[in-house]
Design a protein around this ligand. Structure first.
Ligand SMILES: C[S@@+](CC[C@H](N)C(=O)[O-])C[C@H]1O[C@@H](n2cnc3c(N)ncnc32)[C@H](O)[C@@H]1O
Length: 329
């Protein structure tokens, strides 16, 4: 029955935000905790965009895709408020809902209108990447752009798409699509100029497929921007204790959860970026030593992780910007 519902859901999942619910016996949990807050979404979006503009991005990309948006589409809605026309949110669980998206959209519009400073580590001590300057990035958002992007007509188009009564995923130039589950997607994937994620790539089971899809959907001039958290996500007392757990035990711990952690270290991602035709433009690691939590010693690593390099063993999270290799390079 579950498989029947799942295949039915796959045929219908991309009808705007009107998501077909999937039912898996024994699993009901939804929700991740992060994007429930507009200030969190604003902080994450601004941190990515400031880093991107520091590293070669010149204009707000028009078509964007986010993997693993979590409890709301708020980070992607920031991009729409910043001037993007199309936003595709790809997840494995439909945590987000229209009511929360609408509420967060209205709060985000105010933050942009007020040119609010970017919430920093005092407010969100766990959020990365860090910035040197948390003031509103006026060098990226001119007053004219803000006036155009936050006009009442444009906000109304966005609200319509998010409104439960409006059964379309586009209004005017703006398009928002929530694709769940995105893996083995039956339709064609969108083409985008920017792909990003926040605290998601550590959860994706089939990373090879993810990197292949990311490369396929991104235009040659596009950028990707990912914050990856290699820590144990409280599955163990030590920040890196998950590298000391056998595969059998790890599978037991996961139980019926639709995702947990793939436990891959930084080097796996660097290798996959390379194999998928990307070059790294910026790499900002955070050391495990700064975690304020104990670390397991190398002697406790299980077979699969015995040969972790020192860089892998010591990296608790890493922010990465990459672009495709082109013939000119
Ligand atoms: C820790 S939450 C992060 C949510 C949000 N990005 C944030 O900053 O709060 C992890 C997210 O990754 C999603 N996820 C897990 N496996 C995934 C997969 N294979 N593809 C896409 N998203 C996935 C989860 O459903 C969830 O939305």
């Amino acid at each position: 029955m579950y498989f029947y519902l799942r295949s039915f859901a796959r045929k219908c999942y991309s009808i705007g935000l009107k998501i077909i619910k999937k039912v898996k016996p024994g699993f009901t949990a939804r929700g991740t905790g992060g994007t429930i807050s507009a200030r969190y979404c604003y902080s994450v979006f601004m941190r990515h965009i400031v880093q991107l503009f520091n590293n070669g991005m010149k204009t707000i990309p028009l078509r964007i895709a986010e993997f693993g948006p979590g409890d709301s589409l708020g980070i992607g809605l920031c991009a729409i408020l910043a001037g993007s026309d199309e936003y595709y949110a790809l997840d494995v669980v439909d945590h987000a809902n229209n009511a929360r998206n609408l509420k967060i959209l209205n709060e985000l519009a105010l933050l942009f209108k007020e040119k609010a400073a970017i919430p920093d580590s005092n407010e969100f001590p766990e959020v990365k990447p860090l910035l040197d300057d948390y003031s509103f990035p006026a060098h990226i958002f001119s007053d004219d752009d803000l006036a155009t992007n936050l006009s009442e007509d444009r906000l109304e188009s966005i609200r319509q798409i998010l409104s439960p009564a409006f059964r379309k995923n586009e209004s005017g130039k703006i398009k928002i699509e929530y694709i769940v589950p995105w893996e083995n997607y039956g339709n064609s994937y969108p083409v985008v100029d920017f792909v990003f994620s926040q605290a998601v790539l550590e959860h994706i089971d089939n990373l090879k497929n993810f990197y292949a899809v990311m490369s396929k959907i991104l235009t040659d001039e596009g950028f990707v921007s990912h914050e990856i958290d290699f820590r144990s996500h409280s599955e163990t007392y030590e920040w890196n204790g998950h590298w000391g757990i056998t595969m059998t035990q790890w599978e037991k711990n996961r139980g019926t959860r639709p995702y947990l952690l793939n436990r891959e270290p930084l080097s796996t991602h660097l290798q996959l970026f390379k194999e998928s035709g990307f070059q790294i433009i910026a790499k900002i690691p955070s050391p495990g030593a700064a975690e304020g939590k104990p670390s397991i010693g190398r002697k406790k690593l299980v077979d699969r992780f015995l040969n972790l390099s020192d860089e892998d063993f010591e990296t608790a999270s890493c922010y990465i910007i990459a672009r495709k290799f082109t013939d000119a390079e």
